[in-house]
Design a protein around this ligand. Structure first.
Ligand SMILES: Cc1cc2nc3c(=O)[nH]c(=O)nc-3n(C[C@H](O)[C@H](O)[C@H](O)COP(=O)(O)OP(=O)(O)OC[C@H]3O[C@@H](n4cnc5c(N)ncnc54)[C@H](O)[C@@H]3O)c2cc1C
Length: 442
């Protein structure tokens, strides 16, 4: 049984945990479900990075605030417990030069700083919570999958260095080969990167939120959200919650028709991951996959991969279109084929783990942090597959917005609402067409 946000009315806590590599490295702290009716000032729905970072910020900015977080399942059931663990300096799908082109150089410069702050925010939370999440440094390589992309990357490295002071270098195909034995690569940009164990990180954030005084309940799905004269009434299976404010942090896992403020404003799309057996030292040395490093290619349907602390390779890419096919052997084989096409030396290596998860794609590829001061409800979502760092910062920004603090609304992230998909019922048809195009032409 797997979850499909476009058809399901709720994330059932009966759905088994995804068989991720991360769950083999960490046992999540067990937390109670809500059994008694309650009232709170702030109710946060969803206990991933967004929801838990919002809770931490609310409690730190306003220590007397009464903050409750509920999640349908256990901590880390959503994307936060099943992603690749790349700590990226960016979110959505816009490059800095694309932002400059659309919103101007000044906005691009501010966005660059905001993205850098998001990476710093992860370090700050890790420090505050003393979270042991295997946060490591290593190069982040963006790998060109054709000659045109190599030339674009080379230009981007120069522009980003000049305009934004970005610390990156361009490696030609030969220079790249000197570091990494990879096929079908036409060059790469290399910049400092970071990675972590996402499940340990989200569990640590939950403990931090609780230590700050927030109440976190798991296996407590918000089944309905209704407005009344005094605020909000949220029903869960065993209890009703009256809340003055509601913050929706359910992201791509938000069920069908959850709340009009977010319905049809994001498109949940699956991404899948395989993890190999630990690579023998000789193979790691021969391929160059012998240090902490993160990599992503330039395809529209990107492949992303990283080394893991115990010598395995994690390799991810697009998943199946529907939840029903999430675990399909075809999706797994597609990733194995892509991995061995890039690293032929890995042919025959056993694959120990395979799983999928839903990422939230905004129509215009720009996430949004929104709070309606009159209705006292807000959300943050639409990170398009890069949310480890930005969701951590977005949670803080959501709390700050909700508390009425100053947020720079010249940044498109904070300015307006997620746009509605014009033909929501056609989203999956469009996605299938895109995958077919990518199969033949990328
Ligand atoms: C396979 C994969 C790989 C990825 N790799 C990376 C990566 O390497 N780097 C990166 O930056 N990003 C990556 N991402 C994206 C990243 O994981 C997400 O952007 C991020 O985790 C979003 O965090 P969140 O807290 O907003 O949402 P989530 O972590 O998805 O949390 C939402 C929570 O809401 C809960 N929920 C939903 N409905 C309800 C309800 N009605 N009541 C109560 N609770 C509810 C869910 O159970 C869930 O726990 C990846 C995503 C996937 C799927």
């Amino acid at each position: 049984m797997s979850y499909d946000p476009l058809t399901a009315k709720a994330v059932s806590s009966e759905i088994p945990h995804p068989p991720t590599y991360w769950r083999s490295t960490h046992r999540v702290v067990a937390r109670d479900s809500l059994k008694q009716d309650t009232h709170c000032e702030w109710l946060i729905i969803g206990a991933g990075y967004t929801g838990l970072a919002t809770a931490c910020e609310l409690k730190q900015q306003s220590p007397n605030a009464d903050v409750v977080v509920v999640d349908s399942h256990d901590i880390g059931f959503g994307c936060a417990g099943r992603n690749g663990g790349f700590v990226l300096s960016g979110t959505g799908r816009y490059s800095l030069s694309a932002i400059a082109k659309r919103w101007g150089a000044g906005v691009a410069d501010k966005m660059h700083h905001e993205f850098r702050s998001a990476v710093d925010e992860v370090g700050r939370r890790v420090q505050q919570g003393q979270i042991q999440c295997d946060l490591n440094n290593g190069p982040y390589l963006k790998i060109a999958h054709n000659a045109k992309q190599a030339s674009l990357l080379r230009n981007a490295v120069e522009t980003n260095k000049r305009q934004f002071g970005l610390d990156a270098t361009f490696l030609s195909a030969d220079e790249l080969q000197a570091h990494l034995s990879i096929q079908h690569a036409f060059g790469a940009s290399s910049q400092p990167g970071q990675a972590l164990n996402p499940l340990k990180y989200v569990d640590g954030l939950a403990s931090l939120a609780v230590s700050e005084g927030a109440k976190v309940f798991t296996r407590t799905p918000a089944e309905s959200i209704e407005r009344n004269d005094k605020g909000w009434t949220v029903t869960t299976p065993d209890a009703t919650i009256k809340a003055d404010n509601i913050l929706l942090a359910s992201n791509a896992y938000s069920p069908k028709k959850f709340h009009p403020m977010i319905d049809q404003r994001q498109f949940p799309v699956q991404s899948s991951i395989i993890v190999t057996a630990p690579l023998p030292d000789a193979l790691r040395n021969a391929t160059g996959l012998n240090q902490a490093m993160t990599m992503m290619d330039t395809r529209m349907m990107k492949y992303y991969y990283r080394t893991l602390p115990d010598g395995r390779l994690l390799f991810g890419g697009r998943g199946a279109v529907t939840g029903k096919n999430a675990d399909s052997p075809l999706s797994k084989q597609r990733l194995v084929n892509a991995m061995t096409a890039s690293f032929p030396a890995l042919n025959g290596i056993s694959v120990d783990y395979f799983w999928s998860g839903w990422v939230s794609v905004a129509l215009d590829s720009m996430p949004r942090v929104v709070f309606d001061e009159n209705q006292r409800i807000g959300y943050s979502m639409g990170y398009c597959g890069s949310g480890v760092s930005f969701a951590t910062l977005a949670g803080a920004r959501l709390a700050q917005k909700a508390l009425g603090q100053h947020i720079d609304i010249t940044l498109p992230l904070y300015k307006d609402a997620l746009p509605k998909y014009p033909l929501p019922a056609m989203r999956r048809l469009g996605l299938r067409a895109l995958y077919t195009w990518a199969h033949w032409f990328e």
